[in-house]
Write a protein that binds this ligand. Structure first.
Ligand code: ADP
Length: 501
């Protein structure tokens, strides 16, 4: 094989990027472009899918030019994407009938409430089948909203004139020819976030389509995460290159971290945190509110599953200390400030800015700083803020542990994983090693791996795992008794935020 590279398209909520990777999984070049955001009403968040497609074509060109390569050097294309965001378009013209409704958009709350009220199971109504609670987060109610609000859309959907896709599906269809024979498919990980997919059979469920009012004729074919879906037809830059890998962003990051097996776990430290813990071929259902999701499926091999938990306020707490309190001028200053004291002076910050999510599920909670004395300085508060990120991650990880999943170590990525003090405390409070890879671009890398595996660019998961190189490892240093005492005090601090509203 002459091609020495794989290109990954990373279509995120705030930016679209294309990254060229070499056989060692090292990024060679990047093209990046912002995604315009539209906020037509409070709680509404939209993207223009045509702008996304144009932006993706542009960044592909930039990445190829910066690497000084052509399509002949690219063995395959992989796609990773913002999940759940819903696009509905006209199959004949390729024009979306409405702007894409983004995962953050909450306009469908009335529909969610009505569906929950109609069942004794409430928001858990479809949880057994889909692994997800009812929420505006997932695609199903977004599709229904578009069909109910765009004139004639429902009739046209039933007549097969329209197509729905998450952003991976939209890009795949356009890359492979659009109206002139584009492939209308999605992968299992993205499909598992629509709330229309049966987690066991990995096919669309007629009863869910009925409940949400989504015609089957609208839906993409569900394929694996790693196979040749088709070849690029519409972008001359990559013409005839196979599109061979698709993974939703969090699943892609887990794959890029080579956390393939049961107990393999990654935590992404961004504005919020995203934790995924692999459960192998077993579908594990969590009572405490973690989502059950498809981790990946390679060709015709059995699917692998994961538990997913997110923490709403982590990196954004550091931004709050900077922007609202003026405690620091730059987020990077948080670490030296926190490191200037040996402990938090007894202070705990619980950033329940919008209530508490998993495992507490308390919308009535609001943030609190507790344990204050005359002794506490801003350095102590800086330290307490970092510790709150680690404590909240333990809250979520303990739910996975309670479901019987043993974690040997935690692989980390994202902006705040640069913070060494935070990473050390995370290891201390979990009692397991925390490990950061050399290549931080784990999301795009995961999509590249899925695509490269399908075309034989990489031979096996073992070969990929061998590419994964450890950048830094933090070993737990806190004695177990102290660890549990600190964690118990955190849990006590959490109780002080409850019943506030
Ligand atoms: P996202 O992808 O969610 O936009 P990033 O992965 O770029 O986020 O991470 C940015 C977040 O990380 C910001 O919320 C910022 O406050 C936080 N952050 C960045 N650097 C540090 C640091 N050294 N210590 C703690 N938090 C940090």
């Amino acid at each position: 094989m002459t091609a020495q590279y794989v290109l990954a398209i990373d279509q995120g909520t705030t930016s679209s990027r294309a990254i060229v990777f070499d056989r060692g999984g090292r990024p060679v070049s990047v093209g990046r472009r912002e995604v315009p955001q539209y906020y037509p009403q409070p709680g509404w968040v939209e993207h223009d899918a045509l702008e996304i497609w144009a932006g993706v074509r542009e960044v592909i060109g930039v990445a190829l030019a910066r690497a000084s390569i052509t399509r002949h050097d690219v063995a395959a294309v992989g796609i990773t994407n913002q999940r759940e965001t819903a696009v509905v378009w006209d199959r004949a013209t390729g024009v979306p009938i409405h702007r894409a409704i983004v995962w953050q958009d909450t306009r469908t709350q009335p529909m969610v409430d009505a569906l929950a009220a109609a069942s004794p199971l409430g928001v858990r109504r479809f949880a057994a089948a889909t692994g997800l609670p009812l929420s505006t987060y997932f695609s199903a109610t977004k599709i229904a909203w578009i069909l109910d609000n765009v004139p004639d859309a429902r009739r046209r959907a039933e007549a097969g004139e329209l197509a729905f896709g998450t952003v991976d599906s939209w890009l795949l269809w356009n890359l492979t020819g659009g109206p002139a024979g584009g492939i209308h498919a999605t992968d299992v990980t993205n499909a598992s976030r629509t709330q229309l997919l049966d987690l066991e059979t990995l096919s669309w469920r007629p009863d869910l389509l009925d409940a949400f009012g989504v015609p089957a004729a609208l839906l993409p074919e569900v394929r694996s995460s790693s196979e040749v879906y088709g070849t690029v037809e519409s972008s001359s830059l990559l013409r005839e290159t196979p599109v061979a890998g698709i993974l939703g962003d969090q699943q892609a990051a887990t794959f890029g971290q080579a956390a393939f097996g049961a107990g393999g776990a990654k935590n992404t430290y961004g504005t919020g945190n995203f934790l995924l813990v692999g459960t192998g071929e077993t579908i594990v259902r969590s009572e405490a509110g973690l989502l059950t999701t498809v981790a990946y499926r390679l060709g015709s091999a059995p699917a692998r599953y994961a538990l997913e938990g997110s923490v709403a306020v982590t990196g954004s707490l550091i931004q709050w200390l900077r922007d609202n309190l003026g405690l620091i001028r730059d987020t990077a200053e948080i670490e030296p400030l926190a490191a200037s004291v040996p402990d938090t002076g007894g202070a705990y910050i619980v950033p329940a800015f919008s209530g508490l999510f998993a495992p507490y599920w308390r919308p009535d909670a609001r943030g609190a700083i507790v344990g204050l004395t005359r002794y506490v300085t801003k350095a102590h508060l800086a330290r307490a803020a970092l510790e709150s990120i680690a404590f909240q991650s333990r809250d979520v990880i303990d739910v996975a542990r309670a479901a019987g999943i043993e974690l040997a170590e935690l692989r980390v990525d994202g902006g705040a994983s640069a913070n060494e003090l935070l990473m050390q405390f995370q290891a201390d409070i979990l009692g397991i090693p925390v490990v950061r890879p050399v290549v931080a671009e784990t999301t795009a890398l995961g999509a590249a791996y899925a695509a490269g595996l399908a075309v034989g660019f990489w031979g096996s998961l073992d070969e990929i795992a061998a590419n994964w190189a450890e950048g830094r490892r933090w070993m737990p240093q806190l004695p177990a008794a102290e660890r549990e005492a600190r964690y118990a005090t955190w849990q006590k601090a959490v109780t002080r935020t409850l019943d506030w509203l």
